[in-house]
Write a protein that binds this ligand. Structure first.
Ligand code: AMP
Ligand code: MN
Ligand code: MN
Ligand code: MN
Length: 282
């Protein structure tokens, strides 16, 4: 079978991070959308994987372990998607434990900044939206809307949570190279998430992709839920230029910020090798 004709979606979120659907409800939606191969890629946590895998098995969807790991490179924050790894790998589990602590520490610092500008109670408020899942900035955004400090989550980012805004705090996420190594030690593949979202100049993009490739990263997202056709074309050019495999992901969260439905991205262009051709038992 031509692997490019499969409906593939390798980037989406559940309630284990900042998505709105439980892992099994997310799988149900993928089944309705006729997805053949899906990965759950919550931010920095594997919490939802087993529930999603069981649901996917029931629905006959091929399920790939995933996680969207937060990393830093040259003082920039990057997201690296790990795919098809051993979720029991100890060094991966340790890295995710460390990221969880960093997230908690960051959440406390964001809350303190908000408190200092007259917005109390945001830690508990954000945690309420995160429920038992990992706390993320979109949870703070939901709290800020609830508190009447922003009309919608985007405005909460634009005023408070975005880079260099009132409640922005810098965080030393693990270096990209270390994150890629950890993924490889766990037997997984490293895919650079949404490369065009980092607002890099062309020369920084070249530096990033050169470093990513040199460290052994296998692929990059070429088709994202929110990319325009021109952005997809640009991404194809980068993937070819840097000999990276192509990945496809809606980045579905189910809320107003990211609501591109699972399985509805354009297919990966034929000129690229799909990252899923490396999956262990496809
Ligand atoms: P975190 O990993 O907790 O910093 O949250 C990152 C998530 O916040 C991203 O995956 C997006 O869903 C959302 N996000 C980040 N920056 C922005 C922004 N400037 N505007 C809207 N949403 C954003
Ligand atoms: Mn997110
Ligand atoms: Mn991301
Ligand atoms: Mn994402």
């Amino acid at each position: 079978m031509n692997k490019n004709s499969l409906v593939v979606d390798l980037h989406m979120h559940s309630t284990s991070s900042d998505g709105v659907l439980s892992p099994s409800a997310l799988v149900d939606l993928n089944a309705e959308n006729h997805v053949d191969i899906m990965a759950l890629t919550d931010h920095d946590t594997l919490e939802g994987l087993s529930e999603a895998r069981e649901a996917a098995n029931r629905k006959g969807i091929r399920f790939i372990n995933g996680v969207e790991m937060t990393a830093s490179w040259e003082k920039k924050v990057l997201h690296i998607i790990a795919l098809d790894f051993d979720p029991e790998n100890l060094s991966l589990k340790q890295s995710l434990e460390d990221l969880k602590l960093q997230r908690l520490d960051r959440a406390e610092r964001i809350a303190k900044k908000l408190q200092n500008i007259g917005i109390p109670g945001s830690l508990a408020g954000a945690q309420k939206y995160a429920r038992e899942g990992l706390i993320t900035r979109p949870h703070f955004a939901q709290f800020l809307v609830e508190a009447g400090k922003a009309n919608d989550p985007q405005e909460a980012f634009d005023r408070y949570l975005g880079r260099k805004k009132k409640a922005w705090v810098a965080t030393e996420w693990p270096p990209m190279e270390k994150v890629i190594d950890t993924i490889h030690h766990a037997g997984g593949l490293a895919v650079l998430a949404h490369p065009l979202r980092y607002k890099l100049t062309a020369s920084w993009m070249y530096r990033l992709l050169t470093a990513f490739k040199k460290t052994g990263g296998e692929g990059m997202e070429v088709v994202c839920g929110y990319y325009t056709p021109i952005e997809i074309k640009t991404s194809v050019g980068f993937a070819l230029r840097f000999d990276l495999m192509g990945s496809v992901g809606s980045d579905f969260h189910g809320h107003s910020l990211y609501n591109n439905q699972p399985g509805t991205c354009s297919p990966l262009p034929d000129s690229l090798t799909p990252i899923w051709s490396l999956f262990k038992d496809l």
